[in-house]
Design a protein around this ligand. Structure first.
Ligand code: HEC
Length: 302
């Protein structure tokens, strides 16, 4: 009796702590409050934001303006069309969506940044008094703007990648010191060829090509050159060229004949049969067990 009362009191105690902890006010740092969207909200964004809202937020917050949020949650999520949420700045709401606070999940990695602004664009349609603050100008890109070209030099038997860059006053200036890497397209993604090379003063980098690299039936290989720039200091697009430098192979493509590595429609017959048979056997077994159980019940009654 006494023990039961102790447990009961403990339960009340922890529930109280739980409510206290989760009901702490949710403070947004001042510098985050001032953040504004990087673009002007458009009707398309609002529509897209609505879809995202229905998918990610409605389960707790209900439909904006309908006051049908989940009343059982502590702290209460509330209706986001109401004053309490609408009086907050865009930056404040953006911060809350990004960072979350239990039980609300953080959406940092669930909804991309631009789309999180889209959700806010949607929520603001429920606030007739809302006027969007001037969008923040995206910081101008200060890195190098590099373009690549690639060709095969017959005499040298090398692939030559040339890099040019755009300077303030001139275009198409040979770009030295650019690290370039080559990849070739294989069935399952891209394979790097050799090491990355850095362009010389003429903006050129030379790549030896393994002579035994398998190509398609006419020896063609899709080669891609891209700038190796993990720190994102340059702006560039990879270039892809088909070069007849591989050894011709007659290995069929993924969809041409039945093979282990092919798509499902091209799977070998024996794999299809084995799979189908095992499904039938397992289901047969389950049905047999159910049937036996029914029979046992019947027999025990009779
Ligand atoms: C699992 C339930 C849940 C989901 C899903 C959820 N929230 Fe929340 N949200 C909450 C709770 C609970 C609070 C209250 C938190 C607090 O006050 O400490 C909250 C608070 C907020 C607030 C602050 C409201 C205010 O009045 O200050 C905003 C804004 C918000 N959520 C936006 C969103 C958006 C946008 C989404 C979808 C992308 C979302 N939430 C998804 C549970 C949820």
């Amino acid at each position: 009796m006494c023990f039961k009362r102790q447990v009961f009191l403990l339960l009340i105690f922890f529930t109280a702590i739980g409510i206290k902890v989760s009901a702490q006010t949710w403070v947004v740092p001042d510098d985050q409050k001032a953040v504004v969207a990087p673009f002007k909200f458009t009707p398309e964004m609002q529509k897209q934001g609505e879809q995202l809202y229905l998918k990610n937020c409605q389960s707790c917050h209900g439909l904006p303006g309908k006051d049908n949020w989940i009343k059982q949650l502590i702290p209460p999520p509330g209706d986001l069309a109401m004053d309490k949420a609408q009086k907050q700045t865009d930056g404040e709401i953006f911060y809350r969506i990004t960072a979350g606070k239990a039980p609300m999940p953080e959406f940092r990695n669930i909804i991309p940044e631009d789309d999180r602004w889209g959700v806010i664009a949607y929520l603001r349609t429920f606030n007739p008094k809302y006027v969007q603050p001037a969008p923040a100008a995206k910081a101008a890109f200060t890195g190098r703007i590099v373009s690549l070209a690639m060709q095969y030099n017959e005499q040298m038997k090398k692939i030559v990648v040339t890099a040019h860059e755009k300077l303030k006053d001139r275009d198409n200036v040979p770009a030295g010191g650019v690290e370039v890497m080559l990849t070739v397209k294989r069935y399952f993604g891209n394979m790097q060829v050799g090491d990355a090379k850095t362009t010389n003063g003429q903006g050129e980098a030379f790549f030896e090509f393994p002579s035994d690299l398998p190509g398609n039936s006419s020896g063609n290989v899709d080669v891609t050159a891209r700038v190796n720039d993990p720190k994102n200091l340059m702006q560039s697009t990879p270039v892809t060229t088909t070069l007849a430098i591989g050894t011709p192979t007659d290995k069929p493509g993924l969809t041409e004949t039945r093979a282990w590595w092919s798509t499902r429609a091209q799977a070998p017959i024996w794999i299809l049969l084995t799979y189908t048979l095992s499904v039938i056997v397992v289901w047969g077994f389950i049905i047999y067990i159910l049937y036996s159980m029914l029979r046992i019940r019947k027999l025990s009654k009779g």
